[in-house]
Design a protein around this ligand. Sequence first.
Ligand SMILES: CC(C)(COP(=O)(O)OP(=O)(O)OC[C@H]1O[C@@H](n2cnc3c(N)ncnc32)[C@H](O)[C@@H]1OP(=O)(O)O)[C@@H](O)C(=O)NCCC(=O)NCCS
Length: 485
Amino acid sequence: MISIREIDPADLALFDEWYDAFRAGAIAGREAALVTGREALGYSLRNPGPLKQRIAVGAFEDDRVVGGMLFEYRLTDNLDTVEVEVDVPPAHRRRGIGTALWQWAVTRSAQLGRTIVQTELGVPSSPWPGAAFAERLGFQVEHVEEHLVVPLPYDDLRLEELRSSAGRLDGYELTSWAGLCPPEHQQAYADLHTAMDLDVPTGGMTREVVPWTVEKLEASEARIDRNYLALVTMAHTLAGEPAGYTLIYLPRADAENAQQDDTLVLREHRGHNLGTHLKLANLDQLAKHRTTQRFLHTWTALTNAPMRKVNTRFGFRAVEEHRELELRLPNLRPAARGVILDPDDRILLVRFEFGDGPLWATPGGGLEAGETVVEGLRRELVEEVGLRDFADPPHLWHQEVVADGHATGYDGVLNDYFLIRTDHFTPAGSLTAEELRAENVHDMRWWTLAELETHQGRFAPRELPVLLRRLLESGAPSTPAQLDL
Ligand SMILES: CC(C)(COP(=O)(O)OP(=O)(O)OC[C@H]1O[C@@H](n2cnc3c(N)ncnc32)[C@H](O)[C@@H]1OP(=O)(O)O)[C@@H](O)C(=O)NCCC(=O)NCCS
């Protein structure tokens, strides 16, 4: 039985186990996967910043982590969007673990009212499991880059050749620094970051660009500096106008990989070989500060012909495609529901009365902001039927219904169903009969399977008699079954 739970990053042993599974899933079959280091990711999860919420989610089997997901969302901009990365180690694939993690992401996105999901994929060859998985979920590829690598230490001979062919740099000056941006360059550097965000091609990815300020730059650099040494070279005109910059990150705890991040030359300064001069100067910094790193990675849009030319001259070799994907979710109302069975396998159902007649459904209800699905289930069951004090229940079914008329103001409903075995009891929740009626609940009672199978009326889920028979005969599925209506 697989269960999906948030990882407490302060539990260092658990975080380590989660990270091992997450990383093993991410790097399998890839020659040059670059995964955020254990220290950097652990720090970021344990010290949440004001701009972004990051959650590590684990898939557990017998209390061992068998898959991981990072679920992230920005807190002050891009408020419709979440980012996910699902990684399952090869030994545990094709058992529905990736899908179970994904279902968690769908429910949490619905709870947050966010409907755009973004993800990134490293694709070294075709066919590729991640690509098949994402396609099956309905993701569209919106942007493709090449992921390129050059071995370190950088080849001195090549550097000499590049220097002589780049010629003199007329009309510009270069300034380099390692670590935090010197105060006198902060405004220019912040403006260049904004220009970079506006200019970098991202295909059809939805992205709200927020201008950089000196304050935001300082806050961002302070966080990054704990785990990465930034090597920056900035170009400006002789009159002091900023013209471009390039940035390499040296992870402080990754002995293998350095990362060539942004390189920007402002439009009006292109065509002067500035990109090459910037990179050459920054490679000099890399030679000085590098410790053991053996590879320098970079990413360039397939459509960015000038940058690809520079990359080739610098000896970068493409190792895989880096794809950015997006999926739009319907706006669903999330709810948690209990499949409550007594020792005689009778199931407790509540009767709803809507305009179109009675409907017998599993007890439960809508999730409130900030509660987990199981917390929502516990609250609802106390209110509705008076059931409390049960162990964390197995997750049976995940149901997404996109249809009018299910929940006002939403495109449909999202129900997660959990199995609760209990002694027989007379349902009596904390809500009064009037309060229940206000929620359209008019009756509740226990049903045998035979009664369900001969009843002529409607159930929610529709196929409840078939689902219950399957559950009683075969037990709970190892990962939640996906239901329609
Ligand atoms: C992609 C990944 C997460 C899938 O994990 P998983 O636990 O094997 O996924 P599931 O078992 O839930 O697969 C769900 C469906 O995805 C598709 N799929 C997954 N792997 C596939 C493969 N190797 N070939 C073809 N289809 C595949 C299938 O439709 C599968 O359903 P099926 O098994 O009933 O045919 C896993 O391969 C992985 O970690 N890859 C590396 C990281 C990555 O690319 N992550 C995805 C981006 S977020």
